[in-house]
Design a protein around this ligand. Structure first.
Ligand SMILES: [Zn+2]
Length: 82
């Protein structure tokens, strides 16, 4: 099975969030701290086209945010509820 780098955490498995002076480490929910995603798994993703008022919504395999998706966001799949 092919793996791709998680675009949400850039392969780190966690996110560094800054809250005022505090820095908080949050585990990445998209890849479940794995740092990579199954390239065949489908995710809800969206981005802002520069010439559009609306965000483009896409559901499919993970995209590469560096290949032209401004303000790219990927949503965690929560099929497996805790
Ligand atoms: Zn991740």
């Amino acid at each position: 099975m092919e793996k791709v780098i998680c675009p949400n955490c850039k392969g780190n498995g966690y996110l560094r969030l800054a809250f005022e002076a505090e820095e908080v480490i949050e585990q990445c929910k998209v890849c479940k701290s794995q740092g990579e995603l199954n390239s065949e798994e489908h995710f809800h993703q969206s981005w802002q086209e520069p010439d559009s008022q609306m965000r483009t919504i896409y559901f499919g395999p993970p995209l590469d945010p560096d290949s032209g998706f401004p303000d790219y966001k990927i949503e965690p799949n929560d099929e497996e509820k805790q």
